[in-house]
Design a protein around this ligand. Structure first.
Ligand code: PGA
Length: 252
């Protein structure tokens, strides 16, 4: 059985390198001996270089975004090659907060996925509907995936990870509501079917599908056991080492 994947998305936290080192080291030391899952830490860009030497065996480093060119006049951007050179293996692409605050489009996200794959990174592509309505879910997921995955090099599909992230269930969304594991399972099966249609069963069944949205140590195992996700993308609960350790252990 493949290892479950847990992505710790720290978002724009914490505020100092000292805190970032403490969070990373305490999370790892609480898990080191027992961890069965593949745990990927995604801190803000500015901490990547300092944290990479602290990543323990069996843990992985990821970024939260990238630009789609490797070099050039793109003020403020970070290239796939720079991430690769920092020992980053994974990169979150298309997170809903980037769509909301930075108006990232599906076309832009597609360029980023292609650039990430070409550079040898493993993109964690986020998709999900903004509002809670069952009919809207399938249309949104289909449209997002159709655009986000245009022209991706099929031989690199094995490096792609998809996260179903219903925006209305993210802890920091106003009036957020939990997405019940049964509802998440419906979305997961729909995503899997779309991938089969796009790439054929053999290639598509190897793409892990994760769940993200207000996951904590109490409910985490339900998304794995009941809703059959291949892993989780964890925001708020990854910022407290104790809670994160409990969460990861709960699915082991
Ligand atoms: P959350 O974030 O766990 O704080 O809800 C999840 C996400 O960003 O997808």
């Amino acid at each position: 059985m493949n290892k479950k994947i847990i992505v710790a998305n720290w978002k724009m936290n914490p505020q100092t390198l000292t805190e970032a080192k403490t969070l990373l080291c305490s999370s790892q030391s609480g898990l080191a001996k027992s961890v069965q899952a593949k745990v990927i830490f995604c801190p803000p860009f500015v901490f990547l270089n300092s944290l990479r030497s602290l990543i323990a065996e069996g843990f992985y480093l990821g970024a939260q975004n990238l630009f789609y060119e490797n070099r050039g006049a793109f003020t403020g951007e970070i290239s796939p090659l720079m991430l690769k050179n920092l020992s980053c293996e994974y990169v979150i692409i298309g997170h809903s907060e980037r769509k909301k605050y930075l108006t990232e489009t599906d076309e832009l996200i597609n360029k980023k996925v292609i650039a990430g794959l070409k550079a040898g990174l493993k993109p964690i592509l986020c998709i999900g509907e903004a509002q809670k309505q069952a009919e809207g879910m399938t249309d949104t997921l289909k449209k997002q995936l159709q655009i986000n995955l245009v022209n991706i090099p099929e031989r690199k599909l094995k490096n792609l990870i998809i996260t179903y992230e219903p925006v209305w269930a993210i802890s920091t969304t106003e009036n957020s509501q939990p997405c019940q594991p049964d509802d998440a399972l419906v979305a997961k099966l729909f995503i899997r079917k779309l991938l089969f249609n796009f790439f054929g069963r053999r290639r598509a069944e190897r793409v892990p599908i994760l769940y993200g949205g207000s996951v904590d140590s109490i409910i985490a195992a339900d998304y794995i056991n009941q809703a059959q996700f291949d892993g989780l993308l964890v925001g708020g609960a990854s910022l407290k080492a104790g809670e994160f350790i409990k969460l990861v252990k709960s699915i082991d």
